[in-house]
Ligand binder design. Structure first.
Ligand SMILES: [Ca+2]
Ligand SMILES: [Ca+2]
Length: 177
């Protein structure tokens, strides 16, 4: 066994549920669809409800591909690797029913869906990010009336806990986590 090699492993980190063995942990951006380490643009056409991704190399357009079309009544609330398979997924929210859903993607190809938790009355699903650092994306909720934020911690599509976040000042909304 090469102990000198082992001793060089300084950090063990978690990115979207996958253990990373490296001497520096840099998790890929959640919107990195083509795995070049850089975020891409996610586009949405409100008229046709079609999604698309523009691959970006810094500020340069490097190609585009269509993604799945959302069902009527649903909005794209976030993009994150929800099932920790190393590929970005869509997180959908239906404001009428307050249901959430995950569309698992391989690149931009829909490969399966599951419902997530139903959002509490008065709240909207505003985005996704891993707030508690367990490698799994969480929901960011906002109550537009009280402007209170809340985090719903998830394991894939399963609710495992919640905590209130700060209340936004009057006149302000939440754009993205
Ligand atoms: Ca995934
Ligand atoms: Ca988390």
């Amino acid at each position: 066994m090469n102990l000198s090699k082992l001793s060089q492993i300084i950090f063990v980190g978690v990115c979207a549920g996958s253990f990373i063995w490296a001497d520096a942990i840099v998790c890929p951006p959640s919107t990195d669809f083509n795995h070049n380490g850089k975020p891409d643009y996610v586009l949405y056409n409100g008229g046709t409800r079609q999604t698309a991704v523009w691959y970006m190399n810094n500020n340069v357009f490097a190609g585009g591909v269509f993604g799945p079309t959302l069902p009527a009544g649903w909005r794209l609330a976030g993009v994150a690797d929800v099932n920790a398979d190393g590929r970005a997924d869509y997180v959908l929210f239906n404001p009428s029913t307050r249901q959430s859903a995950i569309w698992y993607l391989a690149g931009l190809t829909f490969i399966g869906g599951s419902f997530g938790p139903t959002i509490a009355s008065g709240y909207e699903l505003k985005g996704t990010a891993d707030f508690n650092g367990d490698g799994m994306p969480d929901y960011v909720l906002l109550n537009p009336s009280t402007r209170r934020t809340a985090l719903w911690y998830l394991n894939n599509n399963t609710f495992i806990g919640a905590a209130f976040g700060p209340t936004l000042p009057a006149g302000w909304g939440l754009v993205a986590p």
